[in-house]
Design a protein around this ligand. Structure first.
Ligand SMILES: O=C(O)CCC(=O)C(=O)O
Ligand SMILES: [Fe+2]
Length: 342
């Protein structure tokens, strides 16, 4: 990949301490100023003071390692090609981003709900609701993953409210699109090192589909975020911090005042493995993202106009667009009628 920047002025990443929200009006006002700038000027930041302990994160990383250490047959028993809901295991090389192969394997997990097959005339995105696939040989993974989804949903809910307040909007404006029927998503990811053929796309440049992503990464590094100079900048691991990116719905919500952050992962060198656990804070599938009332709305530039990646205000549509693109084997097997002929 090209265009990687080594510009030192970009090496200081904003660090946001969420615990400041509970430390009185002055601390909260300072938090809001920092959050406003981090979200508007940079588009991503490191989140600390979130209340998730090191014991909790190491337990999750431990179960992640144990999942990828299972015999391949145990992982392939959960192949997402068998799930019309895009849940389960994707083997290395089966996922595509920007039309090219990603060199990572992963387990996709969502809210645990029964399938809701769309009736004629209903939106196709209801396919995204359905059961997960769990490894029989590692029953504790289910508890850990569903527990992490609950834990991070509440951190993300607090963070979103502070972020909305920080830009002068009603903090609870989007509360109704979350709640019981929200559609959070978790991935357990392994980057198995270099593909050996000269490509270094761990995952290609993309934006996430929802409101906020809270990423737990190990110490290896390789995540890069595109900044205002157009170049990709390393996001070095910070112990105890989650990397937060803004997703496409926040861009839609603010008419481009906040931008969804374009990011990618460069494969680790040689046989080095990297593990990460992105958590995606997504609303209900049938939620429409109403425009956010806030004082900067009139100055907002509008959403990014990329014909290859239209942004949809209806969350389910926005996610389905991405899943069909990223998982062509699942799409071809279960959803051929949804694919636009090339
Ligand atoms: O693994 C990472 O650091 C980032 C993963 C990511 O961007 C994604 O899965 O959407
Ligand atoms: Fe991402």
């Amino acid at each position: 990949m090209t265009n990687t920047s080594t510009n030192p002025s970009y090496q200081q990443l904003p660090i946001i301490d969420l615990s400041a929200a509970g430390r009185g009006p002055q601390a909260r006002a300072l938090l809001h100023a920092q959050l406003h700038s981090a979200a508007h000027d940079v588009g991503f930041f490191q989140l600390v003071g979130h209340g998730v302990s090191e014991a909790e994160t190491s337990a999750l990383l431990d179960v992640t390692h144990r999942f990828f250490a299972l015999p391949e047959a145990d992982r392939l028993a959960l192949d997402n090609v068998n799930s019309p809901h895009f849940r389960g295991y994707t083997r290395t090389g089966d996922e595509r981003t920007g039309g090219s192969r990603d060199w990572r394997d992963q387990l996709d997990i969502g809210a645990e709900r029964p399938a809701r097959v769309p009736l004629p005339g209903e939106p196709a995105y209801w396919w995204l609701q359905g059961p997960n696939q769990w490894p029989a040989a590692l029953p504790e993974l289910r508890t850990a993953a569903l527990g992490w989804i609950d834990r991070l949903s509440s951190v993300a809910a607090r963070l979103l409210r502070e972020l909305l307040a920080a830009i002068g909007a009603p903090a609870d404006f989007y509360d109704p699109v979350f709640g019981e029927r929200a559609h959070p998503h978790l991935k357990l990811v392994r980057y198995p090192g270099s593909s050996g053929d000269g490509a270094d796309q761990g995952v290609g440049a993309h934006k996430d589909y929802g409101f906020l992503t809270l990423l737990l990464q190990d110490r290896v590094g390789g995540l890069q975020v595109q900044r205002a100079d157009g170049l990709f900048h390393d996001v070095p691991p910070v112990s105890g911090a989650f990397v937060v990116n803004l997703g496409e719905l926040l861009e839609v919500a603010t008419n481009g005042y906040l931008l969804a952050t374009n990011h990618r992962v460069v494969s680790p060198p040689g046989a080095t493995e990297r593990f990460s656990v992105p958590f995606f804070y997504n609303p209900r599938l049938d939620a429409r993202t109403d425009p956010l009332p806030f004082p900067y709305a009139t100055a907002a530039p509008g959403v990014t106009g990329d014909p290859a990646n239209p942004l949809f205000a209806e969350y389910g549509r926005n996610e389905l667009k991405g899943k069909l693109r990223a998982h062509p084997l699942v799409a071809a097997r279960h959803h051929a009628e949804l694919l636009v002929p090339a």
